[in-house]
Ligand binder design. Structure first.
Ligand code: CP
Length: 296
């Protein structure tokens, strides 16, 4: 694997091989601690990030690499430098891999056609966030052993969510049933073709789910009004305490972060016994170590 641009096109065996490799990189593991010794990984974040950027940085350092952290803020992007000029100039400094987040869907794919080093998609617009889906699948596999026959309910702003798209592809490839739930205006066309079932009735879907993945309401990507108010969205699609009590015994609560506390997820549920949100973050380092090891 030279690049990681998306989950689309991956076969089950390929996903499982990557997740198996990540097992060797769990936080206390030391597999291949020097595989990137003397090499540089460049984090290029044209959009803000906490979890993805820091965990790719930690993952690269744990493999022995030096890390170049570049963000668009404070860069020559403000002077009009193009995406391709920016990445070509950074590539000229010698990294073995570019980890790219960009607001435009397809940006990492474009970059991959113009550079020689590996390109890893750290989230492109509303398209894909492949490393997030892999760490989510890894987290579920740690709890369940395998995903076959399990139901994952993805709730909220699916229209703007690259996490939802990558997860539908990844989780269904691994044998899970995925149900996408949100207001009709936030359910994009094409979900069934991706492999998901679709519903607008959270209360009916909730008791069937083995895991509920709440998504952030991405107000920054919304140029029009998709629902009457945030309060109305929360009332119909927020996972509050009363709703969480209707979940199956042992069912898990997930969120890719950052959380709008009190909107898509109540603080008591986010921090409650069902929540695996911080496990997702911890597992992200192991999964990103495996990705860097394979791509670099
Ligand atoms: N899950 C995720 O992508 O979080 P960040 O935006 O903080 O990287």
């Amino acid at each position: 694997m030279r690049h990681l641009l998306g989950i689309e096109g991956w076969r089950r065996e390929e996903i499982e091989t990557l997740l198996d490799r990540a097992e060797a990189h769990l936080p206390r593991g030391s597999a291949n601690a020097s595989v990137l010794q003397g090499k540089v990984v460049a984090n290029l974040f044209f959009e803000d990030s906490t979890r993805t950027r820091t965990s790719f940085e930690m993952a690269a350092k744990m493999l022995g690499a030096q890390v170049l952290n570049w963000t668009a803020a404070g860069s020559s992007v403000s002077k009009g430098e193009t995406l391709l000029d920016t990445v070509r100039n950074i590539e000229a400094t010698g990294p073995v891999a570019l980890v790219i987040r960009h607001r435009s869907s397809g940006a990492p794919h474009l970059v991959a056609k113009h550079v020689r080093c590996a390109v890893i998609n750290a989230g492109d617009g509303t398209h894909e966030h492949p490393s997030q889906a892999l760490l989510d699948a890894f987290t579920l596999r740690k709890h369940w052993g395998k995903l076959d026959g399990r139901t994952v309910l993805i709730v909220g702003d699916i229209l703007h969510s690259r996490v939802a798209r990558s997860n539908i592809l990844c989780l269904t490839a691994l044998g899970a049933r995925v149900v996408a739930c949100g207001p009709p205006t936030l359910l994009p066309v094409g979900l069934k073709e991706l492999g998901a079932e679709v519903t607008t009735n959270l209360d009916a879907a909730l008791p069937q789910a083995d895991a509920v993945m709440c998504l952030r309401l991405q107000l920054e990507r919304q140029s029009e009004s998709f629902f009457p108010s945030t309060r109305e969205f929360s009332r119909l699609f927020g996972l509050n305490v009363a709703r969480s009590e209707k979940m199956k015994s042992g069912a898990l609560v997930m969120h890719p972060g950052p959380i709008n506390r009190g909107v898509e997820l109540a603080p008591a549920v986010a921090d409650g016994a069902r929540s695996v949100i911080l496990e997702q973050v911890a597992n992200g380092v192991a999964v990103r170590r495996a990705i860097l090891e394979v791509c670099s």
